[in-house]
Design a binder for this molecule. Sequence first.
Ligand SMILES: Nc1ncnc2c1ncn2[C@@H]1O[C@H](COP(=O)(O)OP(=O)(O)OP(=O)(O)O)[C@@H](O)[C@H]1O
Ligand SMILES: [Mg+2]
Length: 255
Amino acid sequence: MSGVGLATGGGVQHAPVEAARSNEATVMTLTDIGLRFGEVQALTGINLRISRGERVALVGANGSGKSTLLRVLHGLLTPTRGERLLCVDCTQAMLFQRPHMLRTSALNNVALGLWLQGTHWRASREQALAALQRVGLADLAGRNAKALSGGQQQRLALARAWSVRPDVLLLDEPTASLDPNAKRDVEALVADLGQQMTLVFSSHNLGQVKRLASRVVYLEQGRLLADLPVDEFFNGTVLPHKHPEAHLFVTGETA
Ligand SMILES: Nc1ncnc2c1ncn2[C@@H]1O[C@H](COP(=O)(O)OP(=O)(O)OP(=O)(O)O)[C@@H](O)[C@H]1O
Ligand SMILES: [Mg+2]
């Protein structure tokens, strides 16, 4: 991997090619990113470099800009200012909080993404079945995806993302609105995927952040106020002194 080039997301998303400047270990770089939705300044002055193999958690209150930042990283939103660089040949996929399922079988939901990427239909179905096995849904391959439970749909969405073997997986609150069992299942799957690919995820569950992340980024009102290794974020002495807002957020959430 070298330079910068085309990023594909989940088999369907194509991000624009941008200047060639990142190094081997860097999968994404954002420089001074700003984004407005009309009157709302959703992101301001975001600088972020993500290296291969990192597991980056985005934390912050409702409306702090986590989903917007993930969408910028995935190329779904064009920033109002700043620069976004991606590594060449890097593929990425994004998992949304409420994944959209097509009104067809679970198997086809995965196979279609592969087919759209250019894989032969028969091979797409074989790879899709392997992906369903990977997430423990092989028994439900023929079931209409819209009829699956929330946790099953989330696992199906993970299978869809995993099937294209992305280098980078972006996840927006992957376990929000799931029951405790489904939460555990999906979190274990995400942990497993994190061994194979770079993860960037948002979460309100700080226990989950501690378990899954190697690095924590704290956002407040669209600004990045802290960016630390997970141990320093939760246990270190840096946070209370250098990032009091983030420290308040953590103590408030865990109180
Ligand atoms: N499509 C949109 N149009 C207008 N404003 C938007 C849009 N999407 C997000 N915003 C605004 O941008 C800001 C950041 O929103 P975002 O969804 O990124 O926050 P978040 O950190 O993901 O919040 P949550 O924890 O509730 O998911 C908020 O003020 C929100 O109201
Ligand atoms: Mg959000």
